[in-house]
Design a protein around this ligand. Structure first.
Ligand SMILES: Cc1cc2nc3c(=O)[nH]c(=O)nc-3n(C[C@H](O)[C@H](O)[C@H](O)COP(=O)(O)OP(=O)(O)OC[C@H]3O[C@@H](n4cnc5c(N)ncnc54)[C@H](O)[C@@H]3O)c2cc1C
Length: 360
């Protein structure tokens, strides 16, 4: 496919990576973001398999009992013989700065305050309507607007809603505490407690049943999270004592899942990232799948003779891999809530590792 114009909607991880990858293949790319700046929205930290310079490469995972007893360690697995560490903790705001700079450097036009409110597509192209009434046209429209994608609702109304997994995540920034490893506690009254090291800081989280939800407008999330963690040993007392209480540094979010059946395109519109697939974060692979979507999309568009064959090649390379990771993430999420579920967790982790070791 040659010389087409592409609009990517959404300045999240998936949209920014896709925009850069497409621009590097020579396509004219415009990215639309509804916010007034392309920044992360309070996710605190993330685990990836790259970004070593701006992150903390992790070699070992520690597992503790709620009392604090060390139950065991395992290496952070390097999938498919990769030379990258199996896990790198990075601040989401730093990752966003890197991705925005990378998209800009590749020649992507970034438009902020640009919210897509409607889109139309026929065999020849697509038209986007923005909230302020502007209309933009392109040859190909990529929806990367996250799990609540408006384009998904418009294209596939039967899949408009994401499904609650029954769990929720508490996330807290612990400033000034530097860790080099990842640790988890399973069991006790809560689901999973863990931390991810960031450069100079730590990101502490609880993944738990959604039934312990704070009131909708609660402004005291930090003391609520600290209270839930009171009975725990190991790394918990140190991190809770130094947890930030600043607004925005502690967040609570119910987890939802979405798996759009194939194909993820209609007319000249294709969905990628969480807009098409999102599992619970039990494998730390959601963003990784969105990143792969963008890279593969750029490759198939550059290598195919027409858009239909590019879409076909894209779905052949993406659907089964992503589906397997979403399914394994869900299986782990449910097994972790079950006190006897550790064997199921290991089985699902092994299934995911086997998929991830295959080239994408
Ligand atoms: C608690 C938690 C922990 C996680 N941990 C990990 C991890 O360790 N590793 C990992 O790989 N993944 C992890 N994930 C998953 C990962 O965060 C997501 O898969 C990823 O951020 C999704 O990126 P995205 O670009 O598809 O969507 P989003 O990040 O949702 O970005 C969508 C963007 O589109 C914009 N937008 C939305 N609607 C419009 C519109 N109409 N017009 C214009 N712009 C619009 C939004 O403002 C936003 O900027 C985790 C997820 C959660 C919830």
């Amino acid at each position: 496919v040659k010389a087409i114009s592409i609009i990517v909607v959404g300045g999240g991880i998936a949209g920014l990576v896709a925009a850069r990858a497409l621009a590097l293949k020579g396509f004219a790319v415009t990215l639309l973001e509804r916010k007034s700046a392309i920044v992360d929205e309070g996710g605190i930290g993330i685990g990836l398999q790259s970004c070593v310079d701006a992150g903390v490469p992790v070699e070992t995972l520690f597992v503790y009992a709620p009392s604090g007893e060390l139950l065991g360690t395992r290496p952070a697995e390097r999938h498919g013989g990769s030379h990258w560490p199996g896990f790198t903790g990075i601040s989401r705001s730093r990752l966003h700065l890197i991705l925005v700079a990378a998209a800009t450097e590749a020649g992507v036009t970034l438009l902020t305050d640009a919210e897509l409110v409607a889109a139309r597509s026929d065999g020849a192209g697509a038209e986007v309507v923005l909230g302020d009434g502007r209309r933009l046209t392109c040859d190909l429209l990529i929806g990367a607007e996250g799990i609540y994608s408006r384009l998904r609702g418009q294209l596939f109304p039967e899949h408009i809603r994401a499904r609650p997994t029954g769990e929720a995540v508490w996330r807290a920034l612990v400033p000034g505490v530097q860790k080099q490893e990842v640790s988890f506690i399973f069991g006790g009254g809560l689901g999973t407690i863990g931390y991810t090291p960031l450069q100079g800081d730590t990101y502490l989280y609880i993944v738990d049943k959604a039934e312990h939800a704070p009131p909708r407008d609660a402004t005291d999330l930090a003391p609520r999270m600290a209270k839930l963690l009171e009975p725990y040993g190991a790394f918990v007392p140190e991190l809770v004592a130094r947890m930030s209480h600043a607004p925005g540094d502690v967040t609570y979010r119910k987890l939802e899942t979405m798996m759009l059946p194939a194909p993820w395109h209609k007319g000249r519109i294709l969905l990628i990232g969480d807009a098409a697939h999102a599992g619970p974060p039990t494998l730390a692979q959601g963003a990784a799948m969105g990143i792969e979507d963008g890279v593969v999309l750029a490759q198939v568009l550059a290598e195919s003779d027409d858009l239909e064959s590019a879409f076909g090649a894209f779905m052949r390379r993406r659907y089964h891999r992503v589906r397997a990771i979403v399914d394994a993430s869900l299986a782990i999420a449910h097994a972790q809530m079950d006190p006897g579920g550790q064997a199921l967790v290991r089985d699902a982790q092994a299934a995911a590792a086997s998929v991830l070791s295959e080239p994408f």
